[in-house]
Write a protein that binds this ligand. Structure first.
Ligand code: NAD
Ligand code: MG
Length: 285
């Protein structure tokens, strides 16, 4: 717990969607530390937003646990190639799938290409998201509100619907929600609203898919050191990021990945419809 960096961090504004390789300090996605033990042996996973941040940490952990991984991402080709390098170094296959999940046809294509390469989907991790800081309600552009919903929640609906046809009993869906699902940060209004929707969707879909023996859960991270943060938050918040948690620092992506491994694994056979916080000590309702 004492190994990870604490604020203050250097100012480092980036354009959306951000590049992990330009961050200072570099986020820890478990590249040098995550040790697997065969908990996902032979599984096939499709992970959105897996080029960087939490998604990269999940991709590395899944690969070291024995899964082949399809890595979906927007357009950060260098970050995605780095994720692929670690997946392949773990002896697993990696399929890189760039493109915009706000497009319905692209959601279908992600599933089609994953199934074409690997034959089925055992784990779908809906992890990609967009957010943007706005100090006032009035300044939120209508198009940005709609786009945030398209990327953060409508794409999850579409990916689940498309993937379900290729999932067998025992398969698992894991959505990335946020502490914002309970405690909305007012300057992230659209984003926080979608994160509440993701938690609610998770609970409902888990009930619908229970009879098919497909589990659905979500993870609610607190402040995690990733490109999403440095590309969408004001300098001062980036410099103090995570300082207001009981642990006094942001989490690193590698510290979030183990809960995804558990939820994807057969050990979690009775765990469905739940939301798991990884918040550095901030309680959720
Ligand atoms: P990240 O920037 O590393 O990952 C988000 C990814 O989403 C990007 O890499 C990008 O490729 C992808 N993406 C964005 N828009 C897309 C689009 N239109 N089409 C396809 N892909 C798109 O940041 P992260 O923090 O690791 O984010 C992962 C998840 O964690 C998100 O759902 C985010 O809301 C959630 N989360 C993060 C924090 C945090 O503090 N970092 C806290 C709570 C929840
Ligand atoms: Mg990225």
């Amino acid at each position: 717990m004492t190994d990870y960096p604490k604020p203050p961090f250097p100012a480092q504004a980036q354009a959306v969607p951000g590049s992990q390789s330009k961050m200072q300090p570099s986020p820890d996605c478990g590249e040098q530390s995550y040790v697997g033990s065969g908990r996902l042996a032979g599984k096939i996973a499709l992970i959105t937003g897996a080029d960087s941040g939490i998604g990269r940490a999940v991709a590395i952990a899944f690969a070291r646990e024995g899964a082949d991984v399809a890595v979906a991402y927007l357009n950060e080709h260098d970050d995605a190639k780095e994720t692929a390098r670690w997946v392949e170094q773990a002896g697993r296959q990696c399929l890189l799938l760039p493109g915009d999940i706000a497009q319905k046809a692209h959601c279908q294509a992600l599933v089609d290409k994953t199934v074409e390469r690997f034959g089925r989907i055992d784990v779908l991790v809906n992890n990609a998201a967009f957010q943007m800081t706005h100090e006032t309600f009035e300044e939120i552009p209508d198009e940005e509100w709609v786009m945030t919903f398209d990327v953060n929640i409508t794409a999850i609906f579409r990916l689940c619907q498309a993937a379900l046809k290729h999932m067998r009993p025992g398969a698992s869906i894991i959505n990335t929600s946020s502490i914002n699902s309970d405690l909305p940060k007012p300057t992230l209004l659209a984003y926080a609203t979608t994160k509440g929707a993701i938690a609610n969707f998770t609970g409902g879909l888990a009930q619908l898919l229970g009879p098919q023996e497909i589990r659905v859960n979500c993870v609610a991270p607190g402040p995690i050191w990733t490109p999403l943060i440095v590309s969408t938050m004001p300098d001062e918040e980036v410099q103090n990021f995570g300082g207001n948690t009981p642990l006094g620092r942001p989490g690193q992506p590698v510290e979030v990945a183990p809960i995804y491994v558990l939820l994807a694994s057969d050990e979690a056979s009775y765990i469905t419809g739940q939301r798991y916080g990884v918040t550095g000590g901030k309680p959720m309702l």
